[in-house]
Design a protein around this ligand. Structure first.
Ligand SMILES: [Zn+2]
Ligand SMILES: [Zn+2]
Ligand SMILES: [Zn+2]
Length: 138
């Protein structure tokens, strides 16, 4: 989703569009990979937008609670945020730290098997992959 689209949705739902809110959404849409609060703070500083940690946390909670963004907890215990989109997993490079989207999710097959074999209905799953990206392999 584009920034303008999200801003419109916020406005349609009667939410305020603050400068910080707009900057966060803008950064997340441009980034294309999950962003931590620390990275966001740095970005806002570069843009000259005054924001402290607690403001950002409050803002992220608001955007998360209203399903504009999703939060993923990675192995380094850092939470990262991205714009809500299609279901996907992440490939985390342990050398350069780059996070990419995994092309597909085959877990639904496993979920069907779990239901068939154990009667357990899976509602969601979490799965991130850690390794070495194609650039770092050279
Ligand atoms: Zn890499
Ligand atoms: Zn993602
Ligand atoms: Zn999946």
């Amino acid at each position: 989703m584009e920034t303008a689209e999200i801003i419109k949705k916020l406005r349609d739902n009667g939410f305020k569009i603050t400068k910080i809110r707009k900057s966060i959404i803008n950064h997340l849409t441009n980034c294309k990979s999950p962003v931590s609060v620390k990275e966001l703070l740095n970005e806002l500083k570069i843009l000259g937008t005054k924001a402290n940690k607690s403001t950002i946390y409050r803002e992220m909670k608001f955007l998360k609670d209203n399903s504009y963004i999703v939060e993923t907890q990675f192995e380094d215990r850092k939470k990262r945020f991205e714009i809500s989109s299609d279901h996907h997993h992440h490939l985390v490079c342990e050398i350069c730290g780059r996070i990419q989207k995994a092309k597909d999710c085959l877990v639904s097959k496993i979920e069907k098997r779990i239901k068939a074999n154990q009667g357990f209905l899976v509602k969601k799953h979490r799965l991130e992959f850690f390794g070495v990206c194609s650039i770092c392999q050279h």
